[in-house]
Design a protein around this ligand. Structure first.
Ligand code: ZN
Length: 594
């Protein structure tokens, strides 16, 4: 059996042979460097493995094979080492799919011997999430791989662990090289996300045959396929009454009530106009066919009332419980005809958002009078969870999904100042809904809220796992177990100091609004600078570290300079622009460069 003592002995012996007087071998140099620079061995002193073999049945299935490739890709990226050989200390990971022995997607990790791990699941998704867990709890350094100590059974509590990618404004999902987006989707799958949602936003196109629409459908197809390949279900979101920019003027919707919050593009279609509903359904049918022609078979459709959209005409009002609800029935019928088995999520975003318009109560009544035609209700808001659901059951007693806003809250441009970790905020919001929901779908504008996505992935997996426990797991895996406390402290400060904003006027450089409070911006920056000096090069230059580090720098420098930039700040904005591929981005997702 290889344990660390054996490894040291072997290394020392090799050192005598190879290095003569110094008595230090290549392996030991790596080991020392790791202890000194990363300090990982003091936290986890198991055997360091340099090669890994997966033992599977003869036909482990496409997803289980894919999971091992993702696992090895990340190990290689993090260490520069190739673990596929048989040299050095050799770890065996046995993957066993034992149908119906545990709940769907669950996994069990066992360590019968120091150099052997058994990962069992009822299905290949469980294998994927188990390998993700194993990766996230392990220590990965330039010296090799030290498996985490955790073992046991892990069962996901929430079945709907969705993630919504906004693919617009030339944000990361819209413009980054596809292989980067695909890798990112795989990395989210390792944290347990099992459903990816995108929206084909019609208003920018003349129709389904507009070449620009085709390019967007192609891009969305790549994202959805990547999700499918990583074991996810795939979902299409749609605004119930959206329109192309060529929509007939006589069929156009009236702006919704509370337009300041709900918004509209002005090209939406009123379903109460003769021919309006038919046009809406024709467009949706064409969209589903366009995806189908590209080989995409949708598992879920998420129908949305507002933001943008809705209709404020007398015949559609109140939109949520009248025009929208009727339309949702017709969309459901069409969807079931086109894609048997497809499931429908009814979003209630911005229902009764300022005053009680009877939207919630109307949907509840409709689903008492008639069997609900949708499968899930989705509810949330920019700020607090909708009041209606705090005091009333979910309409139709349907399973409820939340829609946490992890990207835009209280800072602008979104991602313009790097990472926006908000663990305390999300813990508070989660505590209010965790016993009510069957999962949810965080709204994502890019990679800058990676920590927030991971926090929610773990809420959905284990409702009682706190955001700070997840931040610790994330920080130890992505950055350094030994410096975790410093990084966590810095993240706490970043959250209390959250709220940087930029303002743009044509022809002028951006201006900055900085919160007057300062809860230790300099301390957070110093903590991360100190850690930065001690990280291995590969970690130090990784995008996840850079966006966190830059955020601490912006918080400190923009306060110190009273809202003015300097060379370091400008260089930071340039670097973020490169990391996000935001060269053509709209102001809302563009780092605020001069
Ligand atoms: Zn109308």
């Amino acid at each position: 059996m290889n344990n660390r003592r054996d490894f040291l002995r072997k290394g020392a012996l090799a050192g005598i042979l190879l290095s003569g007087a110094t008595g230090i071998s290549g392996d030991l140099v790596a080991l020392d460097k790791s202890e000194l620079k990363n300090g990982t061995l003091t936290k986890n002193s198991g055997t360091i493995f340099n090669s890994i073999a997966f033992i599977t049945s003869e036909s482990p299935g496409v997803l289980a094979e894919k999971a091992t490739r993702i696992f090895l890709r990340i190990l290689n990226e993090r260490t520069g080492l190739d673990f596929s050989g048989s040299g050095g200390n050799h770890l065996t990971i046995r993957l066993r799919i034992l149908a119906r022995t545990m709940p769907p997607e669950a996994f069990r990790i066992e360590k019968p011997e120091e150099n052997s791990i058994i990962l069992s699941a009822s299905d290949s998704n469980g294998i994927l999430y188990g390998l993700g867990k194993l990766l996230h709890i392990s220590v990965i350094s330039e010296a090799g791989f030290i498996p985490g100590e955790w073992h046991g059974l892990s069962v996901p509590e929430k079945s709907q662990r969705n993630i919504y990618f906004a693919t617009h404004f030339h944000n990361f999902y819209h413009t980054a090289p596809v292989e980067k987006v695909i890798n990112y989707i795989e990395e989210l799958a390792l944290w347990g996300y099992n459903n990816i949602e995108v929206w084909f936003d019609m208003h920018g196109f003349e129709g389904i045959n507009d070449p620009k629409a085709g390019a967007m459908l192609d891009r969305l197809t790549i994202i959805l396929r990547a999700g499918k390949d990583a074991g996810m279900k795939i979902s299409i979101c749609m605004l119930a009454n959206e329109g192309y920019n060529s929509s007939p003027i006589e069929l156009r919707a009236q702006p919704p009530k509370q337009i300041r919050l709900r918004g509209c593009y002005g090209v939406e279609i009123c379903p109460s106009q003769p021919g309006g509903t038919e046009l809406i359904l024709k467009q949706i049918e064409e969209e589903l066919e366009a995806f189908s022609l590209r080989g995409v078979l949708v598992d879920f459709i998420v129908v949305w009332p507002y933001d943008q959209g809705g209709c404020g005409c007398d015949r559609c009002t109140p939109w949520g419980s009248n025009g929208y609800l009727k339309l949702s029935g017709k969309i459901t019928e069409l969807a079931h005809r086109k894609i048997p088995g497809v499931r429908i999520i009814l979003s209630t975003w911005l229902f009764d958002c300022v005053e009680d318009e009877g939207e919630w109560a109307g949907v509840a009544k409709a689903f008492r009078d008639e069997k609900p035609w949708v499968d899930f209700i989705q509810a949330d808001s920019h700020e607090a969870f909708p009041k209606y659901l705090k005091n009333n059951p979910v309409p139709g007693d349907l399973p409820l999904l939340n829609f946490p806003e992890i990207s835009m809250w209280n800072s602008w441009p979104w991602g313009g100042f790097g990472a926006n970790p908000l663990p305390q905020r999300f813990q508070g919001l989660w505590d209010e809904v965790k016993d009510k929901v069957a999962g949810g779908a965080p709204y994502s504008e890019g990679i800058f809220e990676d920590i927030n996505k991971v926090i929610y992935s773990q809420f959905y997996w284990t409702g009682s796992k706190t955001s700070i426990q997840t931040v610790r797991e994330y920080v130890s895996f992505e950055f350094s177990a030994d410096h975790a406390e410093s990084i966590i402290k810095a993240i706490e400060i970043l959250e209390t100091n959250h709220g940087l904003r930029a303002g743009f006027k044509p022809g002028s450089p951006p201006t900055f609004k900085v919160p007057t409070e300062d809860y230790g911006a300099e301390e957070a920056y110093n903590l991360l600078k100190e850690v930065d000096h001690n990280l291995p090069e590969r970690t130090r230059i990784s995008w996840r570290w850079r966006i966190l580090f830059l955020r601490a720098m912006f918080d400190y420098k923009l306060r110190k300079n009273k809202g003015f930039t300097d060379e370091t700040v400008e260089a930071g904005f340039r670097e973020l622009t490169e990391l996000y591929y935001a060269y053509q981005a709209d102001l809302s997702v563009q780092p605020p460069l001069k």
